[in-house]
Design a protein around this ligand. Structure first.
Ligand code: NAP
Length: 285
């Protein structure tokens, strides 16, 4: 790739950023679309976020990604926030406007697009969401309009209850229910889509699973584990052993990047281009 006077620059602000796979996604997208753009990760401390965003604007930076721990903190520093990002309470993509950056959340549309590409439907599903952290909260917000019922299963029940109360008030019905991880057996018999949004099973703790009970796991017809390292978590292995389908979080990562790239460059990435980037991502794991 040739950097010249027309090269557009996008950056990632996070702390840490050393292990990010986003440069792989954006470099590949720039290459496959022929768009002259570079993507650079920048480690930025929380107290420097305001000057980093102002500085990026002054430097004519086209767009930014924002990652842990700045996704919530960035919102007051923006000129505008997209409705979905506002509802989720976190941004991961900033798009340059005339008077500052507009914040978007492409994590959840990314998960939706990944699920769609794998043929997984959400409409009227009964869903079990494991976890009640930042990502699980966003997942429940995304699901609450479409799913029939959502069980939020978390080690710390208080966090699960907070999310359930919030979305139930928003939707106007008892769509979500909090369950303590120790009490997962309380979930009634049925066929469930499960979204695994805890850290359990992430490298290097690959032998761990959020639940190990095969009798229970048989209720899961499809599992989306948001972890992508390892490629197949122990939980995914258990779901497959019990007869269900299992997918990891790599496509969610891919599509959150693709949607950010589309927003920055006003282009539509084709399925063929997405597949090429996906293969490159897999190789870089
Ligand atoms: P977070 O806010 O720190 O939340 C972590 C969640 O994991 C909490 O619900 C926590 O339960 C639970 N947990 C942690 N250790 C546990 C243990 N030993 N036993 C039971 N539960 C445990 O993290 P996050 O930002 O939401 O991220 C969650 C997951 O999503 C991570 O695995 C991350 O890799 C994945 N992720 C994937 C993508 C993607 O693009 N694929 C993007 C972002 C994140 P407590 O509330 O009880 O502490």
């Amino acid at each position: 790739m040739r950097i010249d006077g027309n090269t557009k620059t996008c950056v990632l602000l996070g702390d840490p950023v050393e292990h990010t796979l986003s440069p792989v996604i954006h470099s590949a997208l720039a290459e496959f679309t022929g768009i002259n753009m570079v993507y650079v990760p920048c480690r930025v401390k929380a107290e420097d976020m305001e000057s980093a965003i102002k500085g990026a604007f002054a430097l004519n930076i086209l767009g930014l990604n924002v990652t842990i721990p700045h996704k919530e903190q960035a919102i007051p520093l923006l000129c505008e926030t997209d409705k979905l990002a506002e509802k989720i309470g976190a941004v991961n993509t900033l798009v340059r406007m005339n008077d500052g950056y507009k914040g978007f959340n492409t994590d959840m549309p990314g998960l939706c697009r990944a699920m769609k590409s794998d043929g997984i439907r959400i409409q009227d599903e009964n869903v079990i969401v494991f976890g009640a952290g930042g990502v699980a909260r966003a997942v429940v917000v995304m699901l609450c309009d479409k799913a029939n019922h959502i069980y939020i299963v978390n080690r710390t029940i208080k966090r699960a209850k907070e999310i359930a109360n919030e979305v139930n008030a928003y939707v106007g019905r008892r769509v979500a229910e909090a369950i303590c991880l120790d009490e997962y057996v309380l979930i009634p018999d049925g066929r469930y889509l499960a979204i695994q949004a805890t850290n359990v099973g992430m490298y290097p703790h690959c032998e761990e699973a959020v639940v190990n009970d095969l009798q229970f796991i048989k209720k899961i017809h499809t599992c989306y584990d948001l972890i992508y390292n390892p490629e197949k978590t122990r939980f995914m292995q258990l779901v497959e052993k019990a007869g269900g389908k299992a997918y990891n979080g790599l496509k969610m990562l891919l599509y959150q990047g693709i949607i950010a790239f589309e927003l920055w460059n006003d282009v539509a990435i084709t399925d063929e281009q997405a597949n090429l980037v996906y293969e490159r991502l897999r190789k870089s794991l």
